[in-house]
Write a protein that binds this ligand. Structure first.
Ligand code: CA
Length: 432
């Protein structure tokens, strides 16, 4: 499918919401959706604009939105909004862009804004199902090498977008603390496993893909249609207990090492907003097999990757107490994904599995080829054997109680205004 660049992406367009102009994440060219509440109100839909949130329900009630989508903007989740077809999605975006950029609308729309700093963010959708993929090929190689030094990539990797069904119930919005999980682990020197708090708590830098329009059970999604089944992207942290993982993962894959908590950023950056930042999927290395025909689409190969920069920061309790800024652990592009988002959606539905609006797909950890862009501590510290030295003298092999991990992302392209994802952050609390 073609990705429309229209007046909503115009770099010259500014907003009468002054804080939006030059905002690192939420200029008028972004317009991500989220569920928020202001003091005394129940959760409701909003749009981030600069340092403010525009209330979508109030916009609908004031007849400011296109009639076909007006109702979907009045729920306490984004599921119905995510289910909209591409034409309705584009129409809503054009209207929001117009009312936030036209100075004549300020007197009508300004009363519908809330100060974002005074609001609480909630999960964007009622997540029916959550699936995690494994498309970061450098991550797969780095981790595979630690578990299987002679055979880091299993033979199916270059044919199948590897994934597993995660657990939707424990996905939480950015800001909700993570309780250190307890579980079975088998220390190398022990003859039998023990049960207790994880000693190898890690983060995973991922993109979260929100499913838009669903498909009926039994009906696959053609690769050329996959784009309209993706509502947008968030940042996603797939917290992982590496000691549980190493002990439990064979033969059926991740279980309690992963499902104790996952954190997603609150703003859904739409596929429409990301249109200018689409880039070609990097060609596969010489000698790799071509994707099977059901996963191959020339247009997807030409535009299926994104010009994103992904960053991870750490703020320890000692740094927080000293008033220090978070330290950056990694920064890298999102181009090290062996499969495109269209390919993982198409593969997921290829057996007739039905995806539903508001389902969440994790890409898998995205690591750059070099250490400065590795997306987990497992990789940055080589399995904990080479701890990081932080600027204040602290060391980290894995996460400690009081540590806060912060993910950020921005999209950049020549000739367009950069947009950001906001933050995906959470602090580690002691085991209970
Ligand atoms: Ca993962």
């Amino acid at each position: 499918m073609r990705w429309l660049i229209d007046e909503t992406h115009d770099a010259a367009r500014t907003s009468w919401v002054a804080s939006a102009n030059g905002h690192p994440c939420f200029p008028v060219q972004n317009l991500p959706y989220g569920i928020y509440s202001f003091p005394g109100a129940a959760p409701r839909a909003g749009v981030a604009i600069g340092d403010s949130i525009l209330d979508l329900r109030d916009c609908a009630v004031a007849n400011l939105l296109p009639a076909p989508v007006s109702e979907t903007c009045q729920d306490d989740t984004l599921n119905a909004l995510m289910a909209l077809g591409t034409a309705d999605r584009a129409a809503l975006r054009r209207r929001l862009s117009a009312i936030l950029s036209d100075p004549a609308m300020e007197s009508i729309v300004a009363p519908l804004l809330h100060d974002a700093a005074a609001c609480t963010m909630h999960l964007p959708a009622r997540i029916g199902d959550y699936t995690d993929f494994y498309v970061g090929i450098h991550h797969a190689n780095n981790v595979g090498r630690q578990f299987r030094p002679d055979n880091p990539l299993l033979p199916n990797y270059k044919y199948v977008p590897i994934g597993y069904h995660g657990r939707a119930s424990s996905v939480r919005v950015s800001g909700e603390p993570v309780v250190r999980p307890s579980g079975q682990q088998k220390p190398a020197e022990a003859s039998a496993p023990i049960f207790g708090p994880t000693h190898r708590l890690d983060y995973e830098l991922e993109l979260g893909v929100w499913v838009g329009e669903g498909n009926r059970l039994g009906d696959p999604i053609a690769i050329g249609d996959a784009g309209r089944h993706i509502a947008g992207l968030s940042l996603f942290n797939d917290w992982s207990a590496r000691d549980f993982q190493a002990w439990e993962y064979q033969p059926l894959g991740p279980f309690l090492a992963k499902n104790f908590h996952s954190t997603v950023s609150p703003w859904v950056v739409t596929t429409e907003a990301l249109a200018p930042f689409r880039i070609a999927q990097p060609p596969r290395p010489e000698g790799d097999p071509a994707p099977l025909p059901y996963l191959w689409d020339t247009a997807d190969q030409a535009q299926g990757a994104f010009g994103l920069t992904l960053e991870v920061f750490l703020l320890t309790a000692a740094m927080r107490a000293a008033g220090a800024a978070p330290v950056r652990l990694s920064s890298g592009p999102a181009t090290s994904m062996y499969w495109t988002l269209a390919q993982i959606v198409t593969h997921h539905a290829s057996n007739g599995c039905d995806l539903t609006p508001g389902d969440l797909l994790g890409t898998g950890t995205i690591s750059a080829p070099t250490r400065d862009g590795f997306g987990s501590l497992l990789e940055l510290t080589t399995g904990g054997s080479d701890p990081l030295l932080l600027p204040n003298g602290e060391q980290r092999a894995f996460l400690e109680d009081g540590d806060e991990v912060i993910l950020r992302a921005s999209a950049d392209a020549d000739g367009f205004v950069s947009i950001g994802f906001g933050e995906c952050r959470a602090i580690i609390l002691p085991a209970r």
